[in-house]
Design a protein around this ligand. Structure first.
Ligand code: IMP
Length: 429
């Protein structure tokens, strides 16, 4: 029985939402396993645009169980807003399940995220300022607040007292911010508790039972490989593991239960926030990608940095997550370029040619791309639904990527709409 993990193969924003949405149609359970409302998915369904941050994309299919797993961090206010917004638009939330073990983003996490970014000044990470990092910090420090604490007001206040003891010192003495009273914070959170109570559950058990019953489970990664706290471009990363291994710890199932790992990559590269990006463009080609691809963040509205596809980084992503398939999104954006480029190797500062992603940040920061050029294509791809519909040059581009990464391309995105896709192989099988 297939359990499939979908991960971002780049710096996030690869179009995972659309891919997950498509696969969710063929899945019984969709589970988020890391990250929080720093993520943002735009889904276009029946000419309606949905922007999801926390709720798994499967929610648009009635009957699908949508799990927000223990490895995620959840801002209760943001989740309630998202739930209310979906309900107002007639989307049923019956299938939503929130892990009782998921950590909650408290108001002080958001305050501390913003303050830390300000302190870093020109060294700032460019976080989404949603409190993600500080929440994961508290999880590791064992002073976090979990979804299950919302169900026990006494415990909630006690835990907030412990957490705020140190936080208030930092807020007041370091940042000159007002102290927060545990009772007041608890009062605010308990307002959300009533709304969230019906969704809180033992989600690891729900997923295990689904797998035992032969149901199809999709694990939806947020952000991307290069933002992974262990394997990404540290410190310019998020505070969790978007790579496939985290699907296990982030939902509570063993690695032997996973059958497939689908990586999602754009046909080019984008990045928001700070940090190295070897193929970044500051020219007309980059501006063309920005405009044609409408490259503005779903969560923060920030303009994304754009560049040619980096096959060295993509091979690295395929290796780290044991990818069995690759979804190539936004191929249509590249129509109209005279030639398209693929980064096949890096040159380090000493001129050495590197085809393996360098582990040392000093080497990576000094890398420049070595490109292979392919002829571009001018045809509009928005109506392509089969591989054979692609103009030969676009098809050659796709085949070159698959050959370099040694992973079959299983899906190709040819437009924003839900069905503007070439479904090469049924990856959920
Ligand atoms: P944080 O996750 O808010 O702590 O931000 C850390 C880094 O990850 C920053 O560079 C963010 O721009 C980036 N980031 C976080 N979430 C996303 C996402 O969903 N897409 C793209 N970049 C993200």
């Amino acid at each position: 029985m297939p359990a499939t993990v979908v991960i971002g193969a780049q710096w996030g924003d690869e179009g995972k939402g659309k891919v997950v949405d498509l696969l969710a149609e063929r899945s019984d359970v969709v589970a988020r396993y890391q990250g929080g409302n720093n993520a943002g998915h735009t889904i276009v369904a029946d000419e309606q645009v949905y922007k999801l941050h926390l709720v798994p994309s499967g929610i648009l299919y009635p009957g699908t169980i949508c799990v927000i797993g223990n490895g995620t961090v959840v801002d209760p206010g943001a989740l309630v807003t998202e739930i209310d917004g979906l309900e107002e638009r007639g989307v049923s939330l019956d299938g939503l399940k929130l892990s009782g073990n998921a950590h909650l983003i408290m108001p002080y996490h958001v305050m501390l995220d913003g303050a830390a970014e300000m302190r870093l000044g020109r060294f700032s990470i460019g976080t989404t300022r949603r409190g993600i990092g500080p929440c994961y910090e508290d999880k590791a420090a064992r002073v976090g607040i979990r979804a299950q604490d919302l169900l026990d007001p006494k415990i909630l206040v006690r835990k907030l007292e412990v957490a705020l003891e140190a936080k208030n010192e930092i807020l007041e003495k370091l940042w000159g911010m007002p102290r927060l009273e545990p009772e007041r914070v608890a009062e605010d959170q308990l307002r959300y508790a009533e709304r969230l109570r019906p969704f809180i559950d033992d989600t690891a058990l729900i997923i295990d039972e689904a797998l035992r019953d032969g149901k199809r489970v999709l694990f939806e990664g947020a952000q991307g490989t290069m933002l992974d706290i262990d394997h990404g471009t540290y410190p310019f990363v998020t505070s969790s593991n978007p790579t496939a291994g985290a699907a296990c710890t982030g939902t509570g199932i063993g690695p032997t239960r996973i059958d497939r790992v689908l990586g999602v990559t754009k046909a080019y590269v984008t990045r928001v926030g700070e940090g190295p990006f070897p193929t970044e463009l500051d020219d007309d080609d980059g501006r063309r990608m920005l405009e044609r691809g409408n490259e503005f963040g779903t969560t923060t509205g920030r303009q994304r940095r754009c560049g040619w596809l980096d096959l060295v980084a993509l091979r690295y992503a395929a290796r780290l997550s044991g990818m069995t398939g690759l979804a190539l999104t936004k191929l249509d954006v590249l129509s109209g370029f005279e030639r398209v480029k693929l980064c096949v190797a890096y040159r380090d500062r000493d001129g050495n040619r590197l085809t393996v992603f360098p582990y040392h940040q000093t080497v990576f920061h000094g890398c420049t791309p070595e490109y292979e050029e392919l002829p571009g294509w001018h045809e509009d791809l928005s109506d392509c639904r089969e591989l054979d519909d692609l103009p030969p040059r676009a098809r050659a581009y796709v085949e070159r990527i698959s050959e370099a990464v040694e992973v079959p391309i299983t899906l190709i995105g040819t437009g924003q709409g839900r069905h503007q896709v070439i479904d090469v192989v049924d990856v959920t099988g």
